[in-house]
Design a protein around this ligand. Structure first.
Ligand code: PPE
Length: 305
């Protein structure tokens, strides 16, 4: 979706390597079988030192994703948290995207991955608006995908595995090919799941709703943050299964995600939702204020670089 902006260093297995030397063998297991788990995290510029949003919890999710696929990540969430901060400092970035990846490396081939070593990298680079320049302000158009969300008992959405993103990619290619900004996938039961790289929310008559984890989605940290922020502002938030028609008739619809941040949705399958609504805009402004270190009550969500 975006070209990579190169910086100086990438962390690999405990060491900072020059960007161009952070390579892997073509017979690395993950390249052949998708045996990798990853994270996406953002570091924001603030009035004082840069702040990483919910860093430790992202690293814990990485370790948990590994555990769910029987791949033990050889670093703790605390060690990975420190490593990410070290990598940002080494690259002297004020604002960046952080991509940790744990993968089965070189040393064994065949479906069973257990004999392959586990390598871990943390890359950082500047990454702007995920769904285009105007997306955050004006919102995006989405379409329900003809591809279904991978089944919870096949490739669970709760595991942020590289393999899962083949499914996301198919949906996104289709949607973009038809002129939409992004796809929304329904799960195997036909209920709304999530975007190819985002969780989804609706607002109807002042009530905020989002699909439950049991509908096979990623437990997004931005999703969790928005649920908490909305409740703190006094809104009612429901986690419940949702039919596609609820998107069509919603007052407001929006995506959440580390890359997408809080992106309003202005149409679903050509049904106009309209420009970003008041609750969407209120939550978006509050989210950016918190991520950019302007709200002391939420400082515990930030790791200062
Ligand atoms: N669902 C999916 C499928 C997903 O990929 C993401 C994040 C989310 C929900 C939101 O999760 P969270 O970031 O914890 O709020 N997608 C990451 C990767 C995007 C990419 O294109 O790569 C991200 O936003 O970093």
């Amino acid at each position: 979706m975006a070209a990579i902006t190169e910086v100086d260093y990438i962390w690999k297995n405990g060491k900072l390597l020059p960007w161009a030397e952070a390579t892997t063998h073509v017979l690395a297991h993950a390249l052949h079988y998708g045996t990798a788990v990853f994270e996406g995290i953002r570091c924001y510029k603030t009035d004082s030192s840069p702040a990483v949003f919910r860093l430790r919890e992202h690293m814990q999710r990485l370790v948990d994703s590994g555990r769910m696929i029987m791949m033990e990540v050889p670093y703790s969430a605390d060690e990975l948290t420190e490593a990410a901060l070290q990598t940002i400092r080494a690259n002297q970035l004020e604002e960046c995207y952080i991509r940790p990846l744990a993968y089965r490396g070189y040393g064994a081939i065949g479906v069973n991955p257990t004999a392959a070593p586990v390598d871990v990298i943390i890359a950082v680079w500047p990454w702007g608006d995920y769904l285009g320049d105007a997306a955050i302000k004006e919102g995006v158009s989405v379409a329900i995908s003809s591809w279904r969300q991978r089944s919870i008992n096949a490739l669970p959405g709760a595991v942020k595995s590289s393999a899962s993103y083949l499914n996301s990619g198919l949906a996104n290619i289709e949607a973009v090919g038809h002129g939409y900004a992004e796809a929304v996938l329904l799960n195997e039961n036909g209920m709304v799941a999530e975007g190819s790289g985002e969780n989804i929310f609706i607002v109807k008559r002042g009530v905020i709703s989002t699909p439950p984890l049991s509908d096979g989605i990623l437990e997004g940290l931005t999703r969790d943050s928005i649920i908490q922020i909305a409740r703190d502002l006094g809104y009612q938030v429901q986690e419940r299964s949702m039919a596609r028609t609820e998107l069509y008739s919603a007052d407001e619809v929006f995506f959440t995600g580390t890359a997408a941040e809080l992106t309003p949705i202005n149409s679903v399958d050509k049904r106009q939702i309209g420009p970003p609504g008041p609750i969407t805009l209120e939550l978006q402004a509050r989210f950016f204020d918190i991520a950019k270190g302007r709200v002391p009550e939420y400082e515990h969500w930030l790791d200062r670089v």
